[in-house]
Design a protein. Structure first.
Length: 316
């Protein structure tokens, strides 16, 4: 790192009152190490991506995403396929990528850890979807992408309440969805290692996981998944049973989840998802916790890679 742009979201997470202090301390750490560093504040949804594009044009070699996974998601979009490195500083409600990289929850300590980090070329996922205006669009992702109830959960989150209550709001909304959502089936067509015809299943929820651990209570969701993996780790819920959903969640929280014919863990090169016959409602699509649109969707690995700052002690 020689010239760093620290892009931060003043409205991310539950510590917004201390945000300026964290950012000033992070800049001090970087400058003390002899690094030219500037802080750039987001002002609206989508502005983190715009700031990242400007930082690339202005010759910054590293961009630090200071916020949650949503802020990281915005910033990585123009970085994929470039020589500019991405570092993650945890300042959001959910900091799954930072936790996976062993960066903890203290943003200043995370910046200190990033001083000795090495930029590593990692594969990223790409998801195609139907946007709210009906057009086809796509986005890169690093943590996970989901189709179904998890995306519905993200769409139901009020940003103000999320900042105020954090994970407690996630739990409340998740319970409401579990108790009331019908978990409609949609069709998922899996391309597995280029072998012949795709495998087609009816599923009510699909997750493509790119990280080893989400940290915190959730921990490991898809055993065997890592940022360096060249295939998708997919968790396919081939059931509408509330009991099966609850059992899987409780087992995951306990670190003892198992997979069976109802909830399957599989590797694939890509998966195409379409609404099934008789579907009466939109099925939502999300990536890195950000609601993107609805079906139809395709999830795959991108040909381009991301230069990600990974501390020496991390096991991502």
């Amino acid at each position: 790192m020689r010239r760093v742009a620290l892009i931060y979201n003043p409205a991310s997470g539950q510590n917004s009152a201390r945000r300026a202090s964290y950012v000033d301390s992070a800049l001090a750490v970087l400058r003390k190490a002899g690094i030219e560093a500037d802080a750039l504040e987001t002002h609206a949804p989508g502005s983190a991506k715009t700031l990242a594009q400007a930082a690339i044009r202005n010759g910054y070699d590293t961009i630090l995403a200071c916020g949650g996974d949503g802020t990281v998601h915005e910033i990585l979009q123009p970085l994929v396929g470039t020589e500019v490195a991405l570092g993650v500083v945890p300042l959001g409600t959910a900091n799954a990528l930072a936790q996976n990289l062993g960066l903890g929850r203290d943003p200043v300590q995370a910046v200190r850890a990033l001083l000795s980090a090495v930029p590593v070329e990692v594969p990223v996922g790409r998801i195609f979807f139907q946007s709210t205006n009906g057009a086809q669009s796509w986005a890169y992702f690093t943590v996970a992408a989901g189709v179904g109830a998890d995306a519905l959960l993200m769409s139901s989150m009020d940003p103000g309440l999320k900042r105020r209550y954090g994970y407690a709001l996630y739990m409340l909304e998740a319970f409401k969805i579990w108790a009331t959502h019908p978990f409609p089936f949609f069709d998922a067509s899996f391309s597995i290692h280029g072998n012949g015809s795709p495998r087609i299943e009816q599923v009510s929820q699909l997750l493509a996981v790119r990280i080893r651990s989400f940290g915190g209570a959730l921990g490991v969701l898809a055993p065997g998944s890592t940022l360096r993996k060249r295939t998708l780790s997919l968790v396919a819920f081939k059931t509408r049973s509330r009991f099966q959903y609850l059992r899987f969640l409780l087992a995951t929280l306990a670190g003892r989840q198992t997979f069976d014919r109802n909830i399957e863990l599989l590797d694939a090169d890509a998966v195409d998802c379409r609404a099934g016959n008789g579907a009466s409602a939109d099925v939502f699509v999300e990536a890195d916790g950000e609601v993107l649109g609805t079906l139809p969707a395709r999830i795959e690995l991108a040909r381009e890679t991301l230069r990600l700052l990974i501390p020496p002690h991390a096991q991502p």
